[in-house]
Structure formats: C-alpha cells, structure tokens
Design a protein around this ligand. Structure first.
Ligand SMILES: N[C@@H](Cc1ccccc1)C(=O)O
Length: 513
C-alpha cells in the first residue's frame, strides 16, 4: 500500500464471495429489500441477508428494520358490524326495565352477558338487582361503532374483504384511539405487526465499490487433492478473521436458587444433621394442633391457609393427649387453652403452612434422644403476591433433641449456620410462636440494608412435647430460605427466583456463593 493512500481496499476487509456479491448489488441498488437483493445476487434470501449483516459489522452496509402495524376485523367483529354491538342490540330492544334473566331467555345469554358491562360503562343503562334499566332511548353512534362500520363498508366491496387498515385510515380523530383500544380488548379487531427489512449501502461501502471489487475464486476448504497435486500454491485462500468475537457458549448448570438450597443442605449435613422429608398435604393436627396452636388461632383462617376438602385419620393416643393438653393442660402445670378441642377440625387437611409440621411428626415417631434432623422444603400460605411474598416458598426447618439442650445451644447452632452461609453479623430478637418458649427471630446484618429478619426459632413448649412422649428439650427453628437467596443473589423481587430470566441465570456465578 502506498504511503499517501488513506482509503481502505477491498483486501483490507477479507470479504467472502457472497459478501462481495451483495456489496456489488448494493452499489447498484443503493437501498433494497432482502428479496430483491437475493434475486440480484442469485443467493438465497437468508444467505444474502447473512452477508448483509456481516457487511453491516464492517460498516459497509446498513440493515434497517421497520415495523408496519395494521388492523383487521375478527369473525365476531364482522358479526357485530352487521348486527350491532351486543349493548347496541339490547338498548334498541328494550324500552323499560327488564330482568336480566328474561332478557337472556329472549336473546342469547352470551350476548346479554357481554352487553351488561358495556351498557353500564357507556352510561346507556343501569344494572341493579338483576334488572337492566335503560337510561337513554337510542344512543348516538359511538366511535367504536364507527370503526366497525368502516370495516364493514369496505368488506362489502368485492376485492376488499379481509382488508387491513392502518391506524390513520381507521381513525378520524385522536380521540377515537380509546375506542380502538376497546375493540382490541374485546377481540373484535386484531392488531397485526409486520417487520420489514431494508438493506442499504454506506458511504464506506460505496467507496469500496467504486474502487472495484473482484470476485475471484476462493478456496474455503483444503482437500487432500489440492495438497497432493500442489494446486494449493496457485489458489486463493480465504484467511481467517481472528478478530470476530466467538459466540458465547453457556454450559448447563444448576439453577442459582437450587444451588443455594443445596449449599444450605450441605451445611446442615456437615453439622451432623439428618435430612427428613414429609408430606405437602398435612392434617391440621400436625400442622397446628400438635404444635399447640389453638383451634381459633387466626393463622388457621381461610385467609391464611390453603384448606383442602379431604381429611386424615389421627393416631388415637396422640389425639387424646393433644386434646387433653388443649382443653386443660394435660398432666403438666399448664392451663391449656380451655374450651372444647374438636377432633373434626384437627382432621381437616391443609397444604402445610410451615415445615414445622414435618419435624414435629418426625419427633413424635422418634421420641428417643438424640435427634438432629432438618427439612428443607416448600411451604404454602395464602399470600397476596408481591415482591416479598409468594404463596409457595421454601423453609429450612431443624430440630435438636437431647438431654440438657439449652437456649444457648440453639443460638449457637443458628449462628454457626449463618456464619457458614457467609453472614458475619447475626443477632436474635425476642419473638413469639405458640409452640416455643423462649422464642427468637434470628436476624443478619447486611450492608446498606440493616438487620434482616430470617425466620423463627425457640425451644418447644412442654405443651408440645409432653403429649407426644418427648422427655427432653427440643431446639427448633424454621428459617426463610428465599429471603437468604434474595440477599445472596442480590435480588429485589422474590418472583425472580421462580420466573427465571435466562440471561440472569447465564450470568450467575457457579462458584460457592
Ligand atoms: N414455623 C415458624 C418458624 C418456627 C419454627 C420452629 C420454631 C419456631 C418458629 C414459621 O413458619 O414462621
């Protein structure tokens, strides 16, 4: 290359034959569609476009995308365009208040059903006590009806059936936009979007074309034949472009949330605990009664718990003991809750509201010390979904039962777990649960967020352990797993744990968090 020459030459670009063909074609056409480009280059449209994109990367061409939007009418829309919208048909049909049921008998129930809301919304009629009361005689034609009739008007012209309108063609005034929105919502009109692509040449591309581009023979693959005959020496090879970044490869990996769950499980296993599993469907007995939750406790309300229609049988001995504890405090120095304990309430099944149902049942089956068990699993509550609440979530439940277990052992155990999870500052605030005394709520300190509550813990009351034949202290806890995951993964919204965004998953690190 001579010293003064500033321009690029075709050889600087390492263009493939297809790219050269496309560039030459663009030099003539300036701007074109993928189809024309394909025709002109005798390439398949996909191949022509692939080259166009590569040329775009080199700054020699530009690919633009345009979306064209139009509207077409649906079958139901055509029906109403012919016969009037349901609310129109009804308001024209009635002249005095009528019972909805009568109207349904006279006209189609479906149509009456659709019409009621719109009659009210449009202020054409009032609906009270299952009666429709017209407020106007024959209302003026609405914007929505105007739009529908436009479709109808054109559809009647022989060559215009199924016609698509642009928004400008359909609407006369901006104020009609909301009518079009309503028609879309009512699925009487559909919005169609079509993407168009245009390929055009850039100045840089033009310059290159004007210098002349040579489409020589080019070898992309070296064969044994070429080697044997020595032909390769005379051939022109396409060089590799080592500057093009390769496509990233995303290996399969375990979901970040599952990875954290596995990590928590691992910690408890390392601390000498046995993992236990239990049923998702539990009787109220194990979910509430065995935990000394009174039968009128608000947590047992329909609003808080998913109740099921089915019921469970309850072990006789357990039942009698728990009943005695609730009614008068059994044989220990407790007063119980008083009142009558109803076995039928205890038999009702629920989706477990906490995994404490699993550990308490396990203890009832294994009342001899020592017991060190944990359960990391899903629990269910009737929560309104928001960034920090979901009706399904994971809990990490644990119990330690042995001679001479103390409150200090409980705090030590939990602090150890959180430290192993990487939380340095852990503290315990007094809490309340009907089944533990004392009760605490562990909290961890997060920079920028302060103290975050992470669940509940305590020592099971005698009211819980005595009826099940458990003679030694039981340390128990139920920790929020998703809360920890949010903190660890830096999420602000719990839902992100479950509705996984593929890009986020790909970026998440695989190392121990
Ligand atoms: N079950 C309690 C947590 C807890 C478990 C065990 C003992 C004390 C508290 C909850 O779901 O919030």
């Amino acid at each position: 290359m001579s010293e003064q020459k500033q321009q690029h030459e075709a050889s600087d670009y390492n263009l493939s034959i297809n790219e050269k063909k496309v560039l030459i074609a663009l030099g003539e056409l300036e701007s074109t569609t993928p189809e024309t480009l394909a025709e002109k280059t005798s390439l398949k449209p996909e191949a022509a476009m692939q080259s166009a994109f590569l040329l775009e990367e080199e700054g020699l061409a530009k690919v633009d995308e345009e979306v064209s939007v139009n509207y077409t009418i649906t079958r139901e829309g055509v029906e109403y365009a012919d016969n009037g919208l349901p609310e129109r048909q009804i308001i024209e049909y009635i002249s005095e208040p009528v019972a909805i049921d009568d109207l349904k008998n006279q006209l189609s129930p479906k149509m009456v059903g659709i019409a009621i809301g719109w009659l009210k919304k449009k202020g054409w009629a009032d609906v009270k006590n299952s009666m429709i009361m017209p407020l106007v005689g024959s209302p003026e034609i609405g914007d929505d009806e105007k739009i529908l009739s436009k479709f109808k008007q054109y559809a009647q012209e022989p060559d215009k059936s199924g016609i698509a309108f642009t928004e400008e063609e359909l609407l006369e005034k901006d104020s009609e936009k909301s009518a079009l929105k309503d028609l879309l919502k009512r699925k009487l009109v559909i919005k169609n979007e079509e993407k168009y692509r245009y390929v055009s040449i850039t100045n840089q591309g033009r310059e290159l074309v004007s210098q002349g581009i040579e489409i020589g023979e080019e070898i992309t693959q070296l064969t044994s034949q070429l080697l044997k005959t020595g032909e390769w020496k005379k051939k022109n090879f396409r060089s590799y472009n080592i500057h093009t970044p390769p496509k990233p490869i995303y290996g399969a990996k375990i979901h970040p949330y599952q990875r954290l769950i596995n990590q928590m499980r691992q910690i408890f296993i390392e601390m000498g605990f046995t993992e236990i599993k239990g049923e998702i469907i539990q009787s109220s007995f194990w979910n509430f009664d065995a935990l000394f939750q009174p039968q009128d406790h608000p947590a047992r309300d329909m609003q808080d718990t998913f109740h099921l229609e089915s019921t469970s049988e309850i072990d006789e001995e357990c039942k009698d003991n728990v009943c005695a504890m609730h009614e008068h405090g059994g044989d220990i120095s407790s007063t119980g809750w008083g009142g009558r304990w109803d076995e039928n309430i205890a038999r009702r099944n629920v989706l477990r509201t906490h995994t404490t149902a699993v550990t308490i049942k396990y203890l009832a089956d294994n009342p001899e010390p020592p017991v060190k068990a944990f359960c990391i699993d899903r629990a269910y509550r009737r929560e309104t979904i928001d960034p920090t609440h979901l009706p399904e979530f994971e809990q990490l439940e644990g119990v330690v039962m042995d001679k001479n277990m103390s409150f200090a052992n409980l705090l030590g155990c939990l602090a150890e777990f959180y430290h192993r999870m990487g939380f340095e500052n852990v503290r315990f605030r007094p809490g309340y649960f009907p089944y533990t005394e004392p009760s605490v709520e562990p909290e961890v300190y997060i920079d920028g967020m302060g103290w975050i509550e992470l669940g509940g813990a305590g020592i099971f009351r005698k009211e819980v352990t005595d009826p099940l034949g458990i003679k030694h202290p039981v340390l128990a806890w139920g920790l929020g797993v998703s809360r920890v995951a949010m903190l660890k993964l830096g999420l602000r919204d719990l839902r992100e744990l479950y509705q996984s965004d593929i890009n986020w998953i790909r970026k998440s690190e695989v190392c121990r968090l």
